[in-house]
Design a protein around this ligand. Structure first.
Ligand code: B12
Ligand code: SF4
Length: 360
């Protein structure tokens, strides 16, 4: 087949979508590389400092919004999405309601998605190569400066909702994104329409008011940033608001009406490991570093390291109901070698004592 020909490209695009589904992606779409509006919004977001400590968001100049600068020769983006919602969601909802339980966001309960999805994308690229011969491409899953949501929106996989996550009419928003940049001039898909309407449920529910306006998240306020991206001390103004969320946050998606249509993932890899969906704060606080490393092997959680893990749990324990057991566990960590851990443990002890005095 001659792959300069439009009809050959059209049938290749259909094939790619079929292969993508066979490889476990729920949807595959194709976009061109023009993102002028998204670029303007990104610049605005950066100029307001909303990225906080995430220097990588501004480090790459225009590469993030101009795919051909990141990977020369790129003409099209093959954008994919993969559902990650694990089955036992009632247990997860209970965790958020129970202040002595540890709430870990749904995307992090199973295996880290980055490597797994990149492996699948590589298989997709191999299939394309077997069909067309050598072609220029590069696969990404949140692994380089890429505006994944803007590209997926252009490729017709959904629309960027007011909480800034991509929402799909048939599948909600519990899915990851990934993409293949390619020099193949494939036909592009139409983007979908926006369906948030007048709903503001995500803005209203956000525990830290991080969604400062529709489509605009000030990452510095977002629980996901505070518990995962931030290296140092969690600003005191946010600690009580974190509740028992020790890794990431799902509130804006939990409340989104479109997630009534979310599908349970087929991927065993995304099922909760080590009962991460039903752990108690005191139990996970007791994990020493080797146990933490063992129980988070292959998980996204591992990258925050043991000290930040303890930092987050200390805050959650400070927010829990008064308990002698909590005081005891916190006191045992007062001699911890990390200043970061000690400082959060001290804060948590003060909260616990204040609650005790208020109860008397
Ligand atoms: C940085 C980052 C974060 C930061 C900042 C979040 C953010 N909104 O930017 C933090 C740490 C807070 C974060 C949190 C989460 N993240 Co994150 N994150 C990213 C990352 C690396 C870059 C996102 C980015 O480009 N931000 C830049 C800003 C400018 O983009 P934006 O906020 O989306 O703004 C767009 C629109 O809203 C619009 N816009 C912006 N301002 C304005 C203003 C107006 C007036 C208008 C009309 C439009 C508009 O234009 C922008 C460009 O398209 C991507 C991976 C990637 N490489 O793309 C994952 C990614 C977005 N994250 C993801 C996930 C799963 C999460 C969490 C759900 C994890 C969790 N449970 O804790 C939360 C969700 C929090 C939230 N409400 O956004 C998924 C989202 C999948 C999906 N369905 O959309 C991604 C795509 C990773 C992946 N490969 O799957 N994340
Ligand atoms: S993830 Fe949580 S803290 Fe972040 S914007 Fe959504 S509701 Fe707010």
């Amino acid at each position: 087949m001659n792959f300069v020909d439009d009809s050959a490209m059209a049938s290749l695009a259909l094939q790619i979508k079929q292969w993508g589904r066979e490889l476990g992606f729920q949807q595959v779409g194709i976009a061109d590389t023009h993102l002028p509006e998204a670029e303007a919004h990104l610049n605005d977001w950066l100029s307001k400092g909303f990225h906080g400590e995430m220097d990588y968001m501004q480090r790459h100049g225009k590469k993030r919004s101009r795919p051909a600068l990141l990977h020369p020769g790129t003409k099209r983006i093959i954008s994919v999405r993969m559902d990650y919602l694990p089955e036992n969601t009632p247990a997860i909802n209970k965790a958020l309601e129970n202040p002595s339980a540890a709430y870990i966001s749904r995307y992090a309960l199973g295996r880290d998605y980055h490597k797994m999805m990149r492996g699948r994308l590589q298989k997709l690229a191999d299939k394309i190569q077997a069909e067309v011969g050598d072609f220029g491409y590069r696969a990404f899953v949140d692994s380089a400066p890429v505006l994944e949501k803007a590209l997926a929106e252009k490729a017709g996989l959904g629309w960027i909702g007011k909480h800034s996550n991509l929402i799909n009419r048939q599948a909600g928003s519990w899915f990851f994104l990934g993409e293949i940049f390619t020099d193949l001039l494939l036909p592009t898909d139409a983007s979908t329409t926006e369906h948030c309407g007048s709903c503001t449920a995500c803005l209203d529910i956000c525990p830290t008011q991080a969604i400062v306006g529709p489509y605009q998240v000030d990452a510095r306020r977002c629980v996901s940033y505070l518990t995962i991206e931030l290296h140092g001390s969690i600003p005191e103004e946010f600690r009580a608001l974190l509740g028992n969320r020790i890794y990431g946050c799902d509130d804006c998606q939990l409340v989104c009406p479109w997630n009534r249509f979310a599908r349970i993932t087929d991927e065993k890899d995304f099922c909760p490991r080590h009962r991460l969906n039903t752990q108690q704060l005191l139990d996970v606080f007791a994990w020493d570093e080797p146990e933490f490393l063992m129980k988070t092997e292959g998980s996204a959680i591992r990258r925050i390291g043991h000290d930040r893990w303890l930092r987050n749990i200390a805050v959650a324990l400070g927010n829990a109901a008064y308990s002698e057991k909590i005081i005891e566990a916190l006191r045992a960590k007062l001699a911890h070698p990390s200043e970061l851990v000690k400082e959060h443990v001290q804060w948590a002890l003060v909260q616990q004592f204040q609650r005790k005095n208020a109860d008397v």
